[in-house]
Design a protein around this ligand. Sequence first.
Ligand SMILES: [Zn+2]
Length: 457
Amino acid sequence: MQHAWNRALREEIYRAYVTRATSGDLDNTLIINQILKLRLEQAKLLDYNNYAELSMAMNMATVDKAEELLEKLRSASWDAAVQDMEDLKRFAKSQGTKEYDDLRHWDIKFWSERLRESKHDISEEELRQYFSLPNVMEGLSNLVRTLFEIEIESADGLAPVWNNDVRFYRVKDSSGNPMAYFYFDPYSQPFEKERGAWMSKVVGRSCVLSRDGVNARLPIAHIVCNQTPRVGNKPSLMTIEEVETVFHEFGHALQHMLTRQDEGLVAGNRGIEEDAVELPSQFMENWCYHRETLMGIAKHYETGESLPEDVYRKLLAARTFRAGTSILSEIRFASVDLQLHTKYDPGGLESVYDVDRRVCEKIRMIPPLPEDRSLCTFDHIFAGQYAASFYGYKWAEVLSADAFSAFEDAGLNDSKALKETGQRFQKTILALEGGKDPLQPSLDALLRHNGLLAAAT
Ligand SMILES: [Zn+2]
């Protein structure tokens, strides 16, 4: 969809894509209605008004707060998205294409990719040369030393590993006492490993399971990624997305490892509100673009030369490219999810697709095609764990941006201020976990990071 010049082919693929699981035996429509009906029934039995209230009972947000957040994001992104569309049309016209005034669903990704290339042309292959795994891990260690006064040291050999590329690390506090351990399994192995990246606990901090009856058992995590492997003596050279992924998963691991909570049931990542789980992970991602952190990491793996200044600027600019449009497309499904689990009547006259179309009127520049049945493949809410919780992605992003802005306010170049703010973050967010409710976030930082704040005010 991004690279095929054949417009008819793009249209064919698009139409096939939005009508998956919609015909014959594979039509999910009836199953969706049945699921929604049963969920509503379950909620009523438990004395809730609707399923969203039940699903969110243990979350940070309420239905009203989640809807309010989505609406604020929508209105803050709208003008920028309108502008994105104008830019796209103008660009398509400048490229001599006939359809510039009638861009359809199957043209958007294609032309925005051409526009991105022309505006922020960064060669991924060249960029990789600046991000070698050893440098990235060193940069990450330096960052968490500054922020949280912890020391990460290699502890290979201390614990058995399942693959020779797996590393084992020890995390120490500022007095040199071990606090936690983690495995890191970095490389892609298509036939051995699932795709994606994740952090899981091996064991959690616990006083009940203490070995000597005095000191709590220390947490151990494992971080698994699927990045480009090393080749011979050449280290693993990473894309910026792979760097972000390591920081992201390490953020989850921090919450697991830096806990001071000795009660196993609420230590680490346990007992965290579902919509706040991604806070530390997305928070850590922000640091990938922090000048000192990024420039400290980005050294050419052969020459040791720093990342050129203009490339750094392009990386920053590329982060906010079409931000309004991407926020709108993310909140479409979050809004439909909430609607279906609050006001929707499974036995009523309106169909789930009507709800989707109604939501899209306020959210999409081009209305969905009449045959669009994307809901039939919305497995996050119908087959996964995200029913009435899809908004959680955005909610956590707001939290993490808000947390990061505390560091921006303190001064990103002031290491003493960073240290103080880091201590605060550690004591309030990382160390207490399920033991304490997080506070109410502000939206401003997320909008500012996406270049949308002017539109909001
Ligand atoms: Zn995550």
